[in-house]
Design a protein around this ligand. Structure first.
Ligand code: SAM
Length: 284
């Protein structure tokens, strides 16, 4: 065995098994072992390309125990290929601990790039790509989600999150409330048979998904706030619209929420406009 062991971090397809690079196939074929998040999933890929390298499970449950063993194998001169179920290892997937441990031991780590749902979704979204923020999976609880989204409101970047199909509607509703008027894209089942990308203002996309069943794997992309969106609001028009809603029976809170959603302005700005108008009025 040569003394030049390596960890090869291999990106694998996110759906379509054709989306694997020639270099990754060579690596999987020539490695001494493939460390795989789920050996059953990876076996399908290996079978498709007639690869018979031994597979070893490496996931969050086994990482603590297997990391030192795999590091020892690389140190002894073996080549270990690391894969996750889909896409790039380490990106919301197991792998980072093994990569870190190999680097800490002074061992060679090479990345063989390829598919990642986040990059495919960003590009397919049609939203700005000059800067983007990837937040992994959003919190499951609405209050935490909204807090996180509010904290990102001023970022001049497209925001990207992995999301479960089950929570897409609730999450879009939270986005509509915290980042009203933003353009979003829901990228679902990319590279698979039922691939779709639904794009539009967040309130419309939320409504569209609330009227149907959502299945499969989803990435949510949220565009940055548009230039000028918050700098020159038509104060008179906003105040009149709030007045009309309140006269029509809405509470001030609901009226502010409605106008924020209709105009795409942040809720606190609409609230301030409404509040200033009320304090401007002569008391009766
Ligand atoms: N490491 C992977 C990568 O680089 O793409 C991501 C793994 S993460 C555990 C899985 C999440 O990625 C899914 O819940 C979904 O949000 C997203 N995802 C994976 N495949 C996808 C696909 N084909 N279409 C849309 N989203 C996908």
């Amino acid at each position: 065995m040569s003394a030049e062991g390596r960890l090869l971090v291999c990106a694998t397809p996110i759906g379509n098994l054709g989306d694997v690079t020639l270099r990754v196939l060579d690596a999987l074929r020539e490695a001494d072992a493939v460390a795989a998040e789920d050996t059953r999933v990876t076996r399908k890929l290996l079978s498709r390309y007639d690869i018979h390298t031994p597979l070893e499970r490496y996931d969050d449950n086994t990482a603590a125990e297997r990391t030192p063993r795999l590091v020892a194998r690389v140190a002894a001169g073996e080549t270990i290929a690391l894969v996750s179920d889909a896409g790039t290892p380490g990106i919301s997937d197991p792998g980072a601990a093994l990569i870190r441990a190999c680097l800490d031991s002074g061992l060679d780590v090479e990345v063989l790039p390829g598919a990642s749902a986040i990059i495919a979704a960003l590009v397919a979204s049609g939203l700005p790509t000059h800067a983007f923020y990837f937040g992994g999976f959003l919190p499951r609880k609405s209050a935490q989600r909204k807090r996180l989204l509010e904290g990102l409101a001023s970022l001049d970047a497209t925001l990207l999150f992995y999301e479960s199909a089950r929570r897409v509607v609730a999450t879009l509703e939270d986005v509509a409330e915290t980042l009203p008027g933003r353009f979003v894209a829901v990228a679902r089942e990319l590279t698979k048979m039922h691939e779709e990308v639904v794009r539009g203002p967040v309130a419309e996309v939320a409504k569209a998904f609330s009227e149907r069943e959502v299945k499969g794997e989803v990435v949510l992309a949220i565009g940055p706030s548009l230039a000028g969106e918050v700098t020159e609001p038509d104060v008179e028009a906003i105040a009149e619209r709030i007045d009309a809603l309140v006269v029509g029976g809405s509470s001030m809170k609901d009226a502010v929420r409605q106008v924020a959603s209709d105009t795409g302005l942040p809720r606190n700005l609409v609230y301030d406009i409404a509040h200033e108008r009320r304090t401007d009025r002569p008391s009766r």
